[in-house]
Design a protein around this ligand. Structure first.
Ligand code: ADP
Ligand code: MG
Length: 242
């Protein structure tokens, strides 16, 4: 059974049709990387996966349960899907440690001692133990994004969704964030990642999806999509970004 199953997904904003029939199965431990030009619907698709956007039609299942079913409580599923955005959205008036502990305390009702223990482990994972008492404003962009990843992981999600997590960073900070994501992938996390980092996509992706105009134009292993793209649109896009 796939962790995420998407069937014939459509999304319109008013009369504008943005997603035009997307099908996708994501399996446990799989790293799916979505590439494609700006405006092709990548973010909209990712946001549909946890219903930050309500699909116009189609079905999305998570761990075998339809989440597009009106009766489904999406908050339960959202806890299992961590999401990291281009903008870090950390709470500026809370320390790094408190940022990471917040959702486990409030949503999961974890005891404080346990939440702190988990948060410290995650800070070690992202290499920022010494920043526990810092405020977001005292961190670099790369450090903020690593904290945002730790904060998402604190909920012990089954899947991580990343929407261009390095696009807002200065170039010298991109590597440290990709390194954390690579470690997560190696640890077996199921991930769906939208990125323009083609080297990373090639190295870490199990499967590459090329989206354009609201459809998946082509998909395959990194070797297939980067090495021998079948479609003219894919070749055209790759020629511009590689
Ligand atoms: P990508 O992430 O591939 O750049 P997006 O999913 O952000 O693409 O956007 C796809 C299209 O949908 C764009 O034309 C964008 O303007 C439009 N769009 C995205 N969100 C909204 C919204 N909330 N309302 C209206 N149009 C939107
Ligand atoms: Mg986007």
């Amino acid at each position: 059974m796939p962790v995420i199953a998407v069937k014939n997904l459509y999304k319109q904003f008013g009369k504008l049709e943005i997603l035009k029939g997307i099908d996708l199965d994501v399996h446990k431990g799989e790293v799916v990387v979505i590439i494609g030009p700006s405006g092709s619907g990548k973010s909209t698709f990712l946001r549909c996966l946890n219903l930050l956007e309500q699909p116009t039609s189609g079905e999305i299942s998570f761990e075998g349960k339809s989440i597009t079913d009106r009766k489904h409580d999406i908050n339960v599923t959202r806890e299992k899907m961590g999401m990291v955005f281009q903008q870090f959205n950390l709470f500026p008036h809370k320390t790094v440690l408190k940022n990471i502990m917040l959702a486990p305390l409030k949503v999961k009702k974890q005891p404080a001692a346990e939440a702190e223990k988990v948060a410290m482990e995650l800070l070690r994972t992202v290499g920022l133990e010494d920043k526990r008492d810092s405020y977001p404003g005292q961190l670099s962009g790369g450090q903020k994004q690593r904290i945002a990843i730790a904060r998402a992981l604190a909920m012990q999600p089954h899947v991580m969704l990343f929407d261009e997590p390095t696009s807002a960073l200065d170039p010298e900070m991109v590597g440290e964030v990709l390194e954390v994501m690579k470690k997560l992938a190696e640890a077996g996390m199921t991930m769906v990642i939208v990125t323009h980092e083609m080297g990373f996509a090639r190295e870490v992706g199990d499967r590459i999806l090329f989206m354009d105009g609201g459809v998946i134009v082509e998909q395959g292993t990194p070797k297939q999509v980067f090495g021998e793209p079948k479609h003219e649109r894919t070749r055209d896009f790759l020629s511009k970004v590689l």
